[in-house]
Design a protein around this ligand. Structure first.
Ligand code: GCV
Length: 684
């Protein structure tokens, strides 16, 4: 009896040794294994692979081999093979040390997700060569569009004090194949290139290196002027060119494997080559030439638009297509997944495939700027996949965005994919336990865009919570339903950018501020009037449809054939427009908003049923967030339907739940981002 009691107490202590606060992410494996692991080479990266296996692998001995064979060389620097049997012995083979690291994490993933059965014979090679997180972190440790606390980078303590989180961050990324990190905001402070800050960046890079993570920096195009004291930053000015060359040399002396620069130029007030009458190509190439001797790259963003009379959705294409073929081979154009800005649903950007002689990479947003911050559970793998799997028809059928950007269809010197990070210094890293899944999913899809959203959800759930099928199945269903639920309660049928001004949290379809930029106003995007709603981008409107290859241009441009989930993106449709369901557009809009609310409540119900399968700590925290999400869904539905009703003048179908807010009250609601983050908001 006494012995049993002691055992019980001991197990309780073991369980409590790790609080389930989300801080361990998906890396919760027991680390007390004592596996036999050998390697035919030694290096800091291989040492990490060996240690991970030694402490977590619960099978027969593992051998790590760097091989110079032809077969191994075809795997590139990051690929690997895993062969053998967990009972008798396993061999990991790669051409380079990173391959062994990724192979080790793969083997452990198989173990932790219960996917080890009999012989193993796996060959893997990543889809994209560079798989990068973009941090919009400022030097004062605030994060633009960050919803999980302050920046992970403790600039004030660097380079002398290194937070243990740097290593944990690098490890988490390596475990899902991410191999690059842009440390600072694209709205870049020139100070990042000062000697003082470069020493700090070097300290972080040194921690990341054994995990195969390269550091990159966002740079402010005006740096030669603002930091270097030159009269201008003209990319054709010899002094400016030399300034960048010297700066790059200084960086590589500190960080020999530095990845390169990310640049936001001539966009939203940032300076750029156009300030001097030069083109984006002039600017990008000047930086590329400075980086070239060190094998560095330039990721030049296509997110450019200005408040002209031209449709914002068309501007990036118009700016970059004429420059096609003019960029150096170490420049890659970083294009947001959609033509506007990370909306809950957008068509893919027409730039994908349109640049035929220029390298293109995709940028996703993992942080939920337009998806309810870290308050809403919105699993983003379906959104990421929707874009990656979209057929651009560039050069014919089958040219998906993934194949255009990962080199499968167009051999490229550089292939890359980026995600705007959702991490911060909050205990659970991402603010919402389920937001971790979006970081995880980005990494897994960057490695292999053919994985299904479902497979990724299941893997993540098993490692993050429990492998119990009674939990995993329903929890995966809940995750998979969440993105469409969000689209329905926020912006169904192709509506977009009707968020509250600036903070981008909550609805403000009435948003119009005299004197402000029209392309930042919700009314610019929905164009509701007594006739109908939606942005006419057909031939009779802005003709944005002409930027898509055929047959897509015609399909999107035809109101009767346009996919209904993009209808109001491409058309100004009459309130009485007949939908495929037989409903009028107005009724359909009402039903969609209503189903969004019901789906948000279903997320709550599904979660509550899972209570007994997981720890109380995380269960309660997710439950509290789901309450906010369900309330916000009602707020969205009421605000949008009551406001659009002022134009449609049509009744809300009687079977739909009645609005619980008054439009006049909702007009007065306007929260700052801080209010939302501090949970200091409530809608009357
Ligand atoms: C970093 C949107 C966001 C900005 C962001 C910008 C960009 O406009 O609201 O916060 O700035 O995109 O991607 O550069």
């Amino acid at each position: 009896m006494k012995k049993q009691l002691l055992t019980l107490l001991f197990s309780a202590c073991l369980i409590n040794a790790y609080a389930e606060d989300g801080s361990r992410l998906w890396l919760r494996a027991d680390t007390t294994a004592q596996a036999t692991v050998t390697a035919n080479r030694q290096s800091p990266v291989i040492a990490v692979a060996v240690k991970e296996l030694q402490t977590q692998w619960r099978g027969a001995p593992v051998q790590l081999l760097i091989a110079g064979t032809k077969a191994a060389q075809t795997l590139g620097s990051d690929g690997y093979t895993i062969a053998g049997n967990p009972q008798t012995g396993v061999t990991l083979t790669a051409a380079a040390e990173q391959g062994l690291l990724y192979g080790a994490y793969h083997l452990l993933r198989l173990q932790e997700t219960g996917a080890l059965a009999g012989n193993i014979n796996i060959t893997e090679k990543p889809g994209y060569e560079r798989r990068i997180l973009n941090h919009w972190d400022n030097l004062d440790r605030s994060i633009e569009r960050g919803y999980a606390g302050r920046s992970l980078w403790e600039w004030e303590k660097l380079p002398d004090t290194l937070s243990p989180r740097y290593r944990e961050y690098a490890r988490a990324n390596a475990s899902i194949g991410i191999n690059g990190s842009v440390l600072n905001n694209v709205n870049a402070n020139p100070q990042i290139l000062s000697g003082e800050y470069l020493a700090k960046v070097k300290a972080i890079a040194d921690v990341f290196r054994p995990y195969g993570i390269k550091v990159y920096l966002s740079v402010n195009f005006a740096s030669p002027k603002t930091l270097g004291g030159l009269p201008d930053a003209d990319p054709l000015n010899r002094e400016v060119i030399q300034w960048w060359k010297n700066k790059v040399k200084e960086i590589y002396a500190l960080i020999p494997d530095f990845g390169g620069f990310l640049v936001k130029a001539n966009s939203e007030g940032q300076s750029g080559p156009q300030d001097y009458g030069r083109t984006h190509a002039d600017g990008a190439n000047m930086l590329a030439d400075a980086l070239k001797p060190y094998k560095g790259i330039v990721m030049w963003r296509a997110f450019v638009y200005s408040p002209t009379s031209e449709d914002r959705a068309k501007q990036a294409y118009q700016e970059f297509v004429p420059l096609d073929g003019q960029f150096r081979d170490n420049v890659i154009i970083q294009i947001k997944n959609g033509p506007v800005d990370f909306q809950p649903r957008e068509p893919f950007s027409p730039l994908f495939g349109a640049l035929q002689h220029t390298q293109e990479m995709i940028e996703f947003q993992i942080t939920q700027e337009y998806l309810g911050f870290s308050n809403h559970l919105v699993y983003l793998a379906p959104l990421f996949k929707e874009t990656l799997d979209s057929d651009t028809y560039a050069g014919g059928q089958g040219a998906t965005v993934a194949k255009i950007t990962n080199g499968a269809l167009r051999p490229a010197k550089v292939t890359a994919i980026a995600g705007v990070a959702n991490t911060g210094d909050s205990v659970n890293w991402c603010g919402h336990h389920f937001a971790q899944a979006n970081w995880y999913a980005f990494g897994r899809l960057a490695w292999n865009s053919e994985l299904s959203a479902e497979q990724i959800a299941e893997e993540w759930l098993k490692m993050t919570f429990t492998a119990d099928e009674n939990f995993v199945r329903p929890a995966a269903d809940l995750m998979l339903a969440s993105r469409e639920a969000c689209v329905n309660y926020m912006m169904p049928l192709g509506l977009h950018h009707i968020f509250s001004f600036n903070a981008h949290y909550g609805p403000q379809p009435w948003g119009y501020f005299p004197g402000g930029r029209m392309d930042w106003m919700p009314v610019y995007y929905h164009k509701a009037d007594s006739a109908g709603v939606g942005f006419d981008r057909s031939k009779t409107g802005s003709n944005a449809v002409s930027q898509y290859f055929q047959p897509l241009g015609d399909l999107y441009g035809d109101i009767d054939r346009c996919p209904e989930n993009l209808l109001l993106w491409f058309h100004h449709a009459a309130w009485t427009h007949k939908m495929k369901s037989g409903n009028s557009l107005w009724d359909e809009l009402c039903y969609r908003y209503d189903s969004g609310v019901r789906q948000a409540r279903d997320l709550q119900k599904a979660w509550d049923r899972l209570e007994r399968h997981i720890d109380a700590e995380r269960f309660d925290q997710v439950q509290a967030k789901l309450q906010i999400q369900a309330k916000d869904a009602v707020w969205w539905k009421d605000a949008c339907l009551l406001y659009f009703q002022t134009f449609s003048k049509m009744p809300i179908p009687y079977e739909i739940e009645r609005p619980v807010h008054r439009l006049d009250d909702l007009y007065k609601v306007w929260f700052r981002q801080e209010d939302v983050l501090n949970n200091n908001y409530c809608i009357k």
